[in-house]
Design a protein around this ligand. Structure first.
Ligand code: ATP
Ligand code: MG
Ligand code: MG
Length: 380
């Protein structure tokens, strides 16, 4: 079976690696060069997007910021999963909030902004501090401003106005203001839904961000009440979107109540631990769902942590000397802060996972791998 993935980054690479044992042949569309490429080697195929769409048995995407004409072409084929509405919703915070409101899933209080008076209203209605985000662009915390006092309004507005003005009739730009949530921690839920509406859901993941970028995730800690809240949100949203594939939802945990931060209509960085922590990874389940195959087991095998490797030229080979550590390298050119790969580490208990993280902390410098030492202490 042939699968076409829109996007040719690390998520396409890992989906292709997971698809191979299922006899799924994956090609990727590089949205930058507009080439059809091999997802591992980058080899450029002498074929057009149109042809690749025709040749594919199923089409999916590794990210949500995709040009409208490409999305339309793929949707018209009738083979695109999770579908245009889901991708559009994941790529536009205004649509995302509308979906949350419609399905009665809780999120941070917010206000949409297209002119300066809306920003002033937002400060009056929601209070300070506010997190201001671009609706249609932004990832890894880019395209965000923090508004802490009334003095910030003019400066923040001038940057926002520039973003809004960069929109066109075809792709209008807007901004959203959210109340800054004093969360205890951040968690995410990842699950898959197949073409018949069956769902499988992984155990909740606890996530740590550093400067807006995910740096460390741990799975295997959750109590059932909080897992149930997350699963309920997942089921409502996946059903409303008539979703097919893997869907990720990020939450703020505020004293045991989950508020949705954002949704991602795709495999997600906070689900990379599933490669070692479960029988069937998020990548395999996404491929299974879009290919029309039965979904795989999402039960936790062992508590597992994932550590992102940011900006480094290689994964330090000595970490592989730590028991049950695996390396996942993306084959990209190194740039400061860029996601280059990740390390997964598993153990039979949370306590022994803490011990393994302590071992890793001895070789991984704190400034490059924040939170490893601290998480190990919390688990031991
Ligand atoms: P991603 O790479 O996950 O797609 P993104 O650029 O879409 O990131 P968000 O997830 O919206 O950005 O925000 C990045 C981080 O900023 C969050 O994980 C959280 O730590 C913080 N943050 C965002 N919104 C709020 C909020 N309303 N209150 C408090 N913190 C927030
Ligand atoms: Mg995002
Ligand atoms: Mg996020």
């Amino acid at each position: 079976m042939n699968i076409l993935i829109l996007g040719a980054g690390q998520l396409a690479r890992m989906m292709s690696l997971a698809g191979a044992p299922l006899n799924l042949n994956v090609v990727a569309y590089d949205v930058g060069t507009e080439n059809i490429v091999h997802p591992l080697t980058g080899e450029v195929y002498n074929t057009s997007l149109q042809q690749a769409v025709e040749d594919a048995d199923a089409i999916t995407a590794e990210f949500e910021h995709i040009a409208d004409d490409v999305l339309t072409l793929c949707c018209q084929s009738g083979k695109f999963y999770p579908g245009k509405a889901a991708i559009k919703t994941g790529g536009d915070r205004a649509l995302e909030k509308a979906l949350l409101d419609k399905t009665h899933v809780q999120c941070a209080p917010y206000q949409l902004i297209t002119e300066k008076s809306h920003l002033v209203d937002a400060v009056a209605r929601l209070g300070k501090p506010l997190v201001i985000k671009t609706c249609q662009a932004g990832y890894d915390g880019k395209g965000q401003w923090r508004l802490k006092s009334d003095d910030d309004i003019a400066k923040v507005w001038s940057e926002m106005a520039e973003f809004i003005a960069s929109g066109t009739a075809d792709s209008p730009r807007s901004i959203i203001a959210e109340k800054m949530i004093p969360f205890d921690r951040e968690v995410s839920i990842i699950g898959a839904r197949d073409k018949h509406g069956n769902t499988v859901i992984y155990p909740l993941t606890e996530n740590q961000h550093t400067n807006g970028v995910l740096t460390l995730s741990v799975a295997g800690k959750e109590k059932s009440a909080i897992q149930q809240q997350a699963e309920s949100a997942f089921n409502k949203l996946a059903q409303e979107l008539d979703y097919v594939g893997v869907l990720a939802i990020e939450f703020f945990d505020v004293q045991g109540t989950l508020l949705v931060n954002e949704i991602a209509p795709r495999v997600h960085n906070s689900g990379h631990w599933t490669q070692q922590g479960t029988h069937c990874s998020q990548f395999e389940n996404h491929m299974r769902a879009v290919a029309g195959l039965p979904l795989g087991n999402t039960d936790l095998l062992r508590p597992t942590a994932m550590i992102n490797v940011l900006g480094q030229a290689a994964i330090p080979s000595q970490v592989l000397a730590t028991r049950d550590v695996t390396s996942h390298w993306y084959g990209k050119t190194a740039k400061p802060g860029r996601k280059m790969g990740h390390i997964n580490v598993s153990a039979n208990t949370l306590h022994s996972l803490g011990e393994r993280l302590a071992e890793l902390a001895e070789t991984l410098p704190e400034q490059d791998y924040p939170g490893v030492a601290q998480t190990s202490t919390a688990l031991i």
